[in-house]
Write a protein that binds this ligand. Structure first.
Ligand code: NI
Ligand code: MN
Length: 227
């Protein structure tokens, strides 16, 4: 399957039978190489409710007739706004047309601040484990390092998408420890360099990971790889 990075935590996955977009923060993301109006997708997967992850989810779901997959509260929130949705919760998985999606733990928060005086609480933040075309892909969402990542890695991960930005999520030091727990064949860093507060040197992270025997490949927004 082809995996394309759209910057921040947004990835576009082209499986044999469906197009998936994860955390589609496109509009308002200065590093995003595509316009939301040009993206076609069948499923929109959301890790949590923060606006730098929900992004264009509703507009994509409506224009593309795509199904939003996320935690139960996110599913209900977008269903009430007219989208097709499928709600899960951590530990639960479901078989879709293209393969299986299972939500995992993530240590973070999950509100949507459309009105900063009264943010909407959108359930537990999650990671997303996708099995499609015989590949296992883990999108960690926004998270701290946690020991239970060892459980997520036991499926045998072909690709891990891990935040390294620090401040809101784990930074490079903790992400290196996450690699030891997850043991993915390949890792692409995310959630960095979108804003100055999460500026990181991804090439340096890749070098340090390599010294510990882990393959890390930073992608520029717009770049793709095959898994
Ligand atoms: Ni977040
Ligand atoms: Mn975030």
């Amino acid at each position: 399957m082809r995996v394309t990075y759209f910057g921040h935590s947004c990835f576009y996955l082209e499986t044999a039978t469906a197009r998936l977009i994860i955390d589609p923060f496109l509009t308002g993301n200065s590093v995003c190489p595509v316009k939301a109006a040009d993206v076609r997708c069948d499923y929109v997967l959301l890790s949590h409710g923060h606006d730098d992850h929900v992004g264009d989810a509703l507009a994509l779901a409506q224009r593309c007739n795509a199904t939003i997959i996320g935690n139960f509260e996110i599913s209900e929130y977008f269903a009430a706004r007219g989208a097709q949705t499928h709600g899960l919760n951590p530990g639960g998985g479901h078989n879709f047309s293209f393969g299986r999606v299972k939500l995992t733990l993530a240590h973070h928060s999950s509100s949507l601040g459309e009105n900063p005086l009264a943010p909407v609480y959108l359930g537990s933040p999650c990671g997303i484990l996708i099995t499609a075309d015989g590949r296992h892909i883990y999108h960690a969402g926004d998270t701290a390092l946690f020991l239970d990542m060892q459980l997520i890695g036991r499926a045998g991960l072909d690709l891990a998408l891990l935040p390294i930005g620090d401040n809101f999520t784990m930074g490079p030091d903790d992400a290196l420890e996450a690699l030891a727990f997850l043991k993915p064949k390949l890792t692409v860093p995310m959630h960095y360099n979108t804003w100055p507060v999460i500026a990181q040197d991804a090439a340096d992270f890749a070098r340090r990971a390599d010294l510990q025997g882990h393959a890390v490949r930073p992608l520029k927004p717009g770049e793709s790889l095959e898994v």
